[in-house]
Design a binder for this molecule. Structure first.
Ligand SMILES: Nc1ncnc2c1ncn2[C@@H]1O[C@H](COP(=O)(O)OP(=O)(O)OP(=O)(O)O)[C@@H](O)[C@H]1O
Length: 270
């Protein structure tokens, strides 16, 4: 479905992602893991068009999307959520999902301000897509509540609905379980499974190994921006290079399975 070849990006002298080649299988859940600073979020930013790679290519459903901008990538069928929840707490759950549809599918802020005929038609389409997305995440009955009135888990679902409102084929989830307790994490895993059961393909970045091991069909491991392993969860957890990468990073503060408060409180980079 998605094929990445020799992908890389440099920030000054730092190779945040370097020569990564991998492919995502349709209908699968692929987890991207690695110690802190491994390049996981940057990898998502490259796929979703937030960053332009300095080398390599990205193909989605056979089309070269390497140089497309974010809303063009969304238009092709890739949507993402962010590490830090970016919902509008004072607005209704439905408004949030509608905003998700609009900002992801078009750049016509001017149309919205001028209330043109096209904008009114778009509003009806946004509402329909938003309601569909809320149904998929189990929030239909809370559509008119302020998003901030929902639990942490509910707010995560709103964030996912915002991404689903563009009706993607591939959903990228950046640390979906950050800040969630074990029960909420299990519920979230159930939701992700349901979405995949409905035909969606998912790639996720996550530190919580219970989620990764319980959910992923395949795991890609990044370390210092490079892919050091890819395979089934059982093989990855035994892979000496992976164990070494995590043990090494543990000595410097990172740890496999730890989603520390520092990441949850971090600012979005894109
Ligand atoms: N816009 C940027 N400018 C400069 N350096 C950046 C930028 N974005 C990321 N980096 C650097 O690239 C490296 C990889 O960062 P990235 O956030 O992708 O790692 P990560 O694996 O997602 O880490 P974490 O698990 O802590 O979220 C880090 O050294 C980071 O400081």
């Amino acid at each position: 479905m998605l094929e990445v070849r020799g992908l890389g990006i440099r920030f000054g002298g730092l190779h945040a992602v370097q020569n990564v080649s991998t492919a995502l299988t349709p209908g699968h859940i692929t987890a991207i893991i690695g110690p802190n600073g491994a390049g996981k979020s940057t990898f998502f930013n490259l796929i979703s068009g937030f960053y332009q790679p300095t080398s390599g290519s990205i193909h989605f459903l056979g089309e070269d999307i390497t140089r497309l901008r974010t809303h063009e990538v969304v238009g092709r069928g890739i949507a993402r959520t962010f590490q830090t929840t970016t919902i509008y707490k004072e607005l209704s759950v439905l408004d949030n999902a509608m905003i998700g549809h609009r900002v992801r599918t078009r750049a016509g802020v001017l149309d919205a301000l001028l209330r043109t005929g096209r904008e009114r038609r778009d509003e009806a389409a946004s509402r329909a897509e938003a309601l569909r997305a809320l149904k998929r995440v189990g929030l239909s009955d809370r559509a008119h509540l302020p998003a901030g009135a929902l639990t942490q888990e509910g707010q995560k679902r709103v964030g996912i609905a915002m991404a689903l409102a563009s009706d993607p084929k591939l959903l990228l989830l950046d640390e979906p379980a950050a800040g969630m307790n074990p029960e909420e994490t299990v519920n979230l895993m159930g939701l992700i499974r349901e979405l995949v059961g409905g035909g969606l393909t998912v790639a996720l970045v996550e530190h919580k190994m219970s989620l990764v091991m319980g959910l992923a069909d395949e795991i890609v491991v990044l370390h210092h921006g490079q892919k050091i392993a890819q395979g089934a969860p059982a093989d990855i957890s035994r892979d000496p290079a992976v164990v070494e990468a995590y043990l090494g990073s543990h000595a410097h503060g990172g740890q496999m399975g730890m989603a520390g408060p520092a990441q949850e409180g971090g600012t979005p980079r894109a």
